[in-house]
Design a protein around this ligand. Structure first.
Ligand code: ATP
Ligand code: MG
Length: 753
């Protein structure tokens, strides 16, 4: 159970309490045009999770209205994903195509009501007639067709009498609606394509906006939960249901933020490209964020569900750090899986004073894990350790085996190095060592101090295994193209050495290889005589360290002069050009020194700033915006990849200065603009984000806040002046950030006396 209820659960609870619905019915409605990914897992966990939590039901519905891209292999993958995550859909799997007949009847009804017409404009004309965000559209002359003519044409469309694109069915709504989606949206189009389920029965296919709401209604869905990009579709969702005067209860649409994760891509289209170009080895390649990929890599459903819960359900889009997902899988596996020893890069050790052979009983689990089980570790004079666990010339702080420093072999004895054997090229090929007979783990009386314990395997009994080291698919946080792929996302070690019990006993499918990471017996390629293990995740988050690899051969070699790093507090002098810009900014444009400094030292940013000035000559506002928001984006992108231009930023700054929007809303608009590339004025208009400056409106909100918080009013009046900010904050919140803060401040002051 979730401790803090998200906004969707709160809505559901309210709807149950008010008696709006007696049972909660949700649905997960994927389009079967690709394998589901972790974003779908989030949607699955929300839809099925809510139904489960409130004793309701969740349907699995294939949204199969596009005959050209859909396929049964994807249907199977979607079913697999839901089941693997531990959910059960209600009844049979459903398909939008099951409702094609009913949907057609609803369309006929709309036509008969005069609310839908057959339009014969071509695609380009339709687009042109639709107008723009700032200009209303015009209605097609075909909108005047009689009901009889519409019925006749629509029937003939269905019979396949016309070419694709010859006609469409459109809703008759409002060609000048500020919501472009409401400008007589398309309901049906002609497609002469074979449908994977409906076959060739249909020559017309319903559009999402028509099919989705009605399918929800037909199934008795109560809460139609989707991602934010459908926000503008909500109006048509409601229009269709209202116009048809459907008998209640009816479903309502609610939107949440889609999941994005860095270092990967999430859209099915991009994933399909990776699969089709054979950049990865299929939809279940363990590097992909698909459920099939995660599953093959060794992720557990529990870890994925925990991750979904951890990141929560939000109303604003953001990018989740992949390390959170990695944390979730470690957290899940840590207390569950056996710990064993495997050597990826073997270095031979001969223990000269050891004779014979023994088997050491070793627990699979550390003492603080409430699980039992152990295996026998063979031990003899010949063992292998990890090559990097020996250093001839150790750096300071190196705790493992060195010529002078003994080390413990995990579960076994302490050894020390006696001699280093090298080949003709100076590579170390073997270490001659000796062991301390009274140092055995668990009964150590040797009194020898070591700083660490390392993994090892016995040479004659160890098994060979192929180890696939998977890493992040992309090398940059926000990948934009195939150039950003991480060339090291898969490293294969053909002959790692693993302790025999792992293969012979198979205590589990997942293991922790001590000090290396979590591994999973590959479900497809694993064979007992040729074992293959996938790395699920490394033990620690090593990604941050990776950018600065540890110096390999520290000793002897003279340390290279390090490039001078900038130390905090120390300032690198400006170049001549930077200085000139700085002077101009501070002296002529009167920018403060901090902002001027940031701009002047960054050629890209200052160019951007100066271009914006051309559109709107108010340096201070622009400079603030650019050094904050734009600069932040430029850490991850280049100037050519931004979704907006300097002129857009100028428009935005101007709206702030003219008090059309608040600075807070400006940030929101900026985020949207940088995602969608839409221009800021349009965003403000379509979303109705204009600042509220009308004192009456604001006063009403203040009255409400005061009425809702009698305790705080009392405290404030008793002298707790700090609560002033609280009241202002509450009013701003109530206005969704749109109230003019200056006016709010003044009026709150007055209201509280
Ligand atoms: P993609 O853009 O990856 O192709 P989609 O949105 O087209 O995905 P659908 O198969 O149509 O995918 O989506 C099925 C359900 O999963 C929808 O309700 C959709 O909102 C949800 N969904 C898809 N991607 C995500 C995501 N990244 N985060 C949360 N929910 C998602
Ligand atoms: Mg899609």
């Amino acid at each position: 159970m979730q401790k803090n209820k998200d906004f969707l659960r709160r809505i559901v609870e309210e709807d149950l309490k008010s008696g709006k619905y007696s049972e909660i019915i949700t649905r997960f409605p994927p389009e079967p045009n690709g394998f589901p990914h972790i974003g779908h897992a989030k949607s699955i966990s929300i839809n099925f999770g809510i139904a489960k939590a409130y004793g309701g039901r969740c349907n699995l519905r294939m949204d199969d209205t596009n005959p050209t891209t859909e396929d049964t292999q994807y249907v199977e993958a979607l079913k697999d994903a839901v089941e693997w995550l531990g959910f059960e859909w209600d009844g049979e799997v459903r398909y939008t195509s099951d409702y094609f007949g009913k949907l057609y009847d609803y369309a006929i009804e709309l036509i008969k009501m005069g609310k839908a017409y057959v339009d014969s404009l071509n695609e380009e004309e339709i687009r042109e007639y639709r107008g723009t965000i700032t200009q209303p559209g015009r209605r097609s002359k075909y909108a005047d067709r009689s009901i009889e003519e519409n019925l006749d044409l629509f029937e003939r469309m269905k019979q396949g009498e016309f070419e694709e694109g010859a006609h469409v069915l459109r809703a008759k709504i409002d060609m000048s609606s500020p919501n472009m989606k409401m400008r007589d949206p398309l309901l049906y189009r002609i497609r002469h394509a074979h449908h994977f389920r409906a076959g060739d029965a249909w020559a017309i296919y319903p559009m999402y906006d028509f099919a989705h709401c009605l399918s929800d209604y037909i199934e008795g869905v109560t809460h139609s939960i989707c991602t934010l990009e459908f926000e503008n579709n909500r109006e048509i969702y409601d229009w269709v249901i209202d116009t048809l005067k459907l008998k209640p209860p009816r479903p309502y649409q609610h939107e949440f933020a889609r999941l994005n994760i860095n270092y990967t891509v999430m859209s099915k289209r991009k994933l399909l490209e990776l699969v089709e170009k054979r950049i990865v080895k299929g939809w279940d390649d363990p590097r992909l964020p698909t459920i099939a990929g995660f599953r093959r890599r060794g992720y557990t459903p529990e870890a994925i569900l925990n991750f979904c819960e951890m990141i929560g359900v939000a109303k604003a889009n953001s990018v989740v750090d992949i390390s959170q997902l990695e944390f979730a899988i470690r957290d899940d596996l840590n207390p569950k899986v056996p710990r064993v020893m495997c050597i990826l890069d073997p270095l031979k050790i001969t223990i000269e004073n050891y004779e014979g052979f023994e088997e050491i009983e070793a627990s699979y689990y550390p003492h603080d894990v409430p699980k039992e089980g152990s295996r026998k570790l063979p031990f003899s004079k010949e063992i292998y350790i990890e090559r990097e666990d020996f250093a001839e010339h150790p750096q300071k702080g190196y705790f493992r085996l060195t010529p002078d420093q003994p080390v413990r072999l995990k579960h076994a004895y302490i050894i020390r190095c006696k001699e280093i054997i090298k080949d003709a090229n100076g590579n170390i090929t073997e270490i001659k060592a000796e062991y301390y007979p009274d140092s055995k783990s668990g009964s150590d009386t040797s009194g020898i101090k070591v700083k660490s314990a390392i993994q090892w395997v016995e040479a004659t009994k160890a098994k060979k295994a192929e180890i696939r080291l998977y890493d992040r698919l992309y090398k940059v946080e926000l990948p934009e193209s195939l150039d950003d792929l991480n060339p090291d996302s898969l490293k294969i070690i053909k002959e790692a050495l693993i302790e025999p019990a792992v293969i012979e006993e198979k205590a589990d499918e997942r293991f922790q290889f001590e000090r290396i990471g979590y591994f999973y017996a590959d479900p497809i390629d694993y064979r007992e005589d040729a074992p293959v293990f996938n790395r699920i995740v490394s033990l620690k988050d090593s990604w941050n360290k990776k950018s600065k690899p540890a110096p390999k051969k520290p000793a002897k070699e003279k340390p290279k002069p390090q490039p001078k790093e900038q130390i905090e507090g120390e300032v690198t002098p400006m170049s001549e050009a930077e200085q000139a810009r700085y002077d101009h900014y501070t002296k002529t444009l009167k920018l403060n020194s901090e902002v001027a400094n940031t701009l002047a030292r960054d050629a890209q940013l200052s160019t951007f700033f100066e271009e914006a000035l051309q559109s709107y000559d108010t340096p201070a506002t622009l400079a603030n915006f650019i050094t904050n928001e734009v600069a932040r984006e430029l850490k991850q992108k280049t100037i050519n990849n931004l979704n907006y231009t300097p002129a857009h930023i100028a428009d935005l700054a101007k709206m702030v200065d003219e008090e059309i929007i608040s600075t807070k809303i400006a940030k929101q608009v900026f985020e949207e603009m940088s995602q969608s590339g839409e221009n800021p004025t349009q965003i403000v208009q379509t979303k109705g984000l204009e600042q509220i400056s009308n004192p009456d409106t604001i006063q009403r909100m203040i009255d409400e806040v005061i009425a809702e918080n009698p305790d705080n009013v009392e405290k404030y009046k008793a002298g707790n002046q700090k609560l002033f900010g609280f009241f202002v904050g509450q009013v701003l919140k109530k206005s969704e950030g749109k109230a003019n803060p200056k006016i709010v401040n003044a009026l709150v002051k007055k209201a509280l006396g």
